[in-house]
Design a protein. Structure first.
Length: 108
């Protein structure tokens, strides 16, 4: 079983084939395939064939399929200062993209 560490949306994710995960929102309709070319590390379960990028591996590609686009649960942002009658309440829902990893190609 091989795995890779990819970079997308300013974050890093450890992925294997068949994984489903939520990442920062990227464009595309549900059902379309996308490719991540910013692969930072590639390896297998026995740690025999580990390749580390400097900073990314050239030729390595992780292919995925977009399952859905959505928005996370609402987070409440509440600012309050005592004795001054100051308070502000604001909500935020972070958009996300749910993907499924189809294949990992190490490029070598």
């Amino acid at each position: 079983m091989s795995f890779a560490i990819i970079k997308t949306g300013g974050k890093q994710y450890k992925v294997s084939e068949g994984d489903k995960l939520l990442i920062e929102k990227i464009g595309g309709e549900a059902g379309t395939e996308i490719a991540f070319d910013q692969v930072l590390l590639y390896g297998n379960a026995k740690a025999e064939n580990v390749k580390i990028g400097q900073p990314i591996l050239t030729g390595a590609i992780v292919k995925a399929k977009i399952i859905e686009q959505g928005r996370a649960d609402k987070k409440i942002v509440f600012k309050y200062k005592s004795k001054t009658r100051y308070k502000k309440k604001k909500g935020h829902r972070q958009p996300f993209t749910k993907i499924e990893i189809l294949s990992i190609k190490n490029g070598l």
